[in-house]
Write a protein of this length. Structure first.
Ligand SMILES: [Zn+2]
Length: 202
C-alpha cells in the first residue's frame, strides 16, 4: 500500500476482468447510546476497534455504492451528519485493521459488493517495465503519468498548500513525485509511453 492512497481507484474486476470502480469504506466512531441504530441500519456495518492505548471503540462503517447513498440517509441519530462518512479531499484515513476495506462496482458485469483491496496487484492501470510494476489509481492519473513520462521537463511540485501540513494539496504531484527512478530514465521512455498508451487504448 502506498503511504497515501486515493479514496477511489480503478481495479480489474475480480469477476469479469474489466475496469471496475473501487471506493474505500469510511467510518465514524459512535457513542454507546447509538449502537442500536447502527446495528439495525442497512447502510452501516458496526466495527469494533481498539485504540492504541488499549480501550475499545465502536465505529460505523459505510461502503460507498452499497446501500443508500449518503444524500438519502435521513434517519441518523442526533449529532451525526451523512457528510461525516464522506471521503476527505483525496486521502484515506482508515485504521490499520481496515486499511484495505471498501466496495467495488463494475459497470460491465454489474457486480456490486465489498472488496478487500490488494494494491497494486488489483490496479487496472498498470504496466511492467523490466520486471517492475508502474501503476496509477485510475484513467485520469494514467493520463497524468503518461504526460509526465513523455515530457522532457519532468516538473514535480506541490500544487497547493493551506499552511497546515495535513492540508497540503498533493493532487497528482504527490503521485508524480513518488515514481521510482527505474521508470524515469530517457532509455525507458519509449517503451513505457507505448505501454501506457496501450492500456489507455490510445
Ligand atoms: Zn465485472
Amino acid at each position: 500500500m502506498p503511504p497515501i492512497m486515493a479514496p477511489f481507484a480503478t481495479i480489474k474486476c475480480p469477476s469479469c476482468g474489466e475496469a471496475a470502480k473501487f471506493a474505500f469504506a469510511t467510518y465514524q466512531i459512535f457513542k454507546k447510546n447509538d449502537e442500536e441504530y447502527f446495528r439495525k441500519s442497512k447502510d452501516f456495518e458496526v466495527f469494533r476497534g481498539q485504540h492504541s492505548h488499549g480501550s475499545f471503540y465502536h465505529a460505523a462503517l459505510y461502503y460507498p455504492g452499497l446501500g443508500n447513498s449518503l444524500e438519502n440517509i435521513n434517519d441518523l441519530p442526533e449529532d451525526y451528519k451523512p457528510n461525516m462518512w464522506r471521503h476527505p479531499y483525496w486521502y484515506v484515513t482508515l485504521p490499520k485493521e481496515l486499511e484495505n476495506t471498501g466496495s467495488i462496482r463494475c459497470s460491465s458485469c454489474l457486480i456490486q459488493r465489498k472488496h478487500s483491496l490488494n494494491w497494486p496487484n488489483d490496479a487496472y492501470f498498470q504496466i511492467t517495465y523490466k520486471g517492475k510494476v508502474l501503476w496509477a489509481f485510475d484513467r485520469k492519473y494514467t493520463l497524468k503519468l503518461l504526460s509526465y513520462i513523455e515530457s522532457k521537463e519532468r516538473k514535480k511540485r506541490i500544487v497547493g498548500y493551506s499552511g497546515k501540513p495535513w492540508n497540503t494539496i498533493y493532487s497528482q504531484d504527490w503521485f508524480l513525485r513518488h515514481i521510482p527512478e527505474h521508470f524515469q530514465s530517457a532509455k525507458a521512455r519509449p517503451e513505457i509511453v507505448k505501454k501506457l498508451k496501450s492500456i489507455l487504448q490510445m
